[in-house]
Design a protein around this ligand. Structure first.
Ligand code: SAM
Length: 336
């Protein structure tokens, strides 16, 4: 963990609803070696050309400017962040910038081989996606046969100083919702944080429907039918409602983005791999920082632009409004 850099109160990022923005998700690539059905299409997709993506120097510069505006938490994501060569060095650069809480979301496939390097680089925490414990279903969902590698990645992360290790499952009705209890048992056996994420309308195939969402309340009820849960205090801005097992190890997190939106406390912004600033996963527009970075704007000008854009951050994602329209960019391009 890096040391804190001083930021004066006047430079902090706030939106017009009074929310302070302290968390950044940085997508470092739109490429992924999985093709999860709730995220990507099975067909080859139009990846961005390499020169359309911010290079490591440009990404570091953008994050440096944002840290100067009070960003304290940075999560590196994608696409699959471990698929972009040089990501460990990028983590080290972010650590040197003074990011207080440095984490990554990964599908875990390449994690076992690089976990030690990520730790040495200064990574604090890791989230690993795991949507089924069953090899056949895992293959159906991810369209890969990588369950063994992902499990090795989880083992390696748990044996490392990365704390806590969180495992994320997106539940889709009829696909893996029969595994809720098995995932809870997995959290207990492995003493890890198992997080259940509601399926959001961000899939490339546009198959999302409300009927496919497994409500967090149902997940809690089913787990409580077997084990007593105790709430774990959490910050308002955290995405998950957290519970520990009263009789033992392990924890669960419920991310109810659809059925119980937590936008009122949102403290997040996102940078896409091609250098667009997004103030909400479901933003209609994104804001082109790459153009500014590549056309001679100073750090002060970049910071001013970010401040103006963030002021207009959406009040909420509106998934539950009758006129809701999913964003034209899907999860894989935005960065989860
Ligand atoms: N490749 C990495 C991984 O698999 O975790 C990072 C990128 S992935 C887009 C980030 C997170 O978004 C994962 O936890 C993934 O399960 C989640 N995600 C992707 N599409 C989603 C959707 N339609 N609804 C909810 N979560 C989704």
């Amino acid at each position: 963990m890096a040391t804190t850099s001083a930021v004066s109160a006047g430079t902090l990022l706030h939106d017009k609803f009074g929310r302070q923005i302290t968390d950044l998700r940085v997508s470092v690539t739109d490429r992924c070696n999985f093709r999860c059905v709730y995220c990507r299409s099975a067909d080859p997709e139009n990846y961005r050309q390499h020169d359309e993506l911010l290079n490591w120097d440009e990404l570091e510069r953008v994050v440096r400017v944002l840290v100067g505006l009070g960003i304290r938490k940075v999560r590196v994501t994608g696409g699959e962040p471990l698929a972009r060569p040089g990501v460990e060095e990028f983590i080290a650069r972010l650590d040197r910038l003074g990011v207080q809480d440095l984490s990554m979301t990964t599908n875990g496939r390449a994690l076992a081989g690089c976990c030690d390097r990520l730790v040495d680089a200064g990574l604090d925490r890791i989230n690993i996606s795991l949507d089924s414990l069953d090899p056949v279903k895992f293959e159906r969902i991810t369209r890969t046969r990588s369950l063994r590698e992902v499990m090795e990645g989880i083992d390696r992360a748990q044996a490392s100083p990365l704390k806590p290790v969180k495992v994320n499952a997106v539940l889709v009705r009829g696909m893996n919702d029969d595994e809720v209890e098995a995932f809870a048992a997995f959290a207990r056996e492995r003493d890890l944080v198992m997080r259940f994420i509601e399926f959001m309308p961000l899939d490339a195939d546009r198959h999302w429907s409300r009927a496919l969402v497994v409500p967090a309340e149902e997940v809690k009820r089913r787990i409580e039918a077997q084990w007593k849960l105790e709430p774990v205090p959490h910050e308002h801005s955290e995405t998950a409602r957290k519970f520990r097992f009263a009789d033992g190890r392990g924890e669960i997190g419920l991310i109810a983005s659809v059925t119980q939106p937590f936008c009122g406390f949102c403290s997040r912004i996102r940078i896409t791999a091609d250098g667009k600033l997004r103030t909400c996963l479901f933003s209609k527009d994104d804001h082109d920082l790459r153009y500014l970075v590549r056309n001679g704007k100073t750090d002060a000008q970049l910071a001013e632009h970010v401040r103006e854009v963030v002021t207009e951050k959406e009040e909420g994602h509106r998934i539950n409004e009758p006129d809701f329209v999913p964003p034209s960019r899907t999860m894989v391009f935005i960065g989860g």
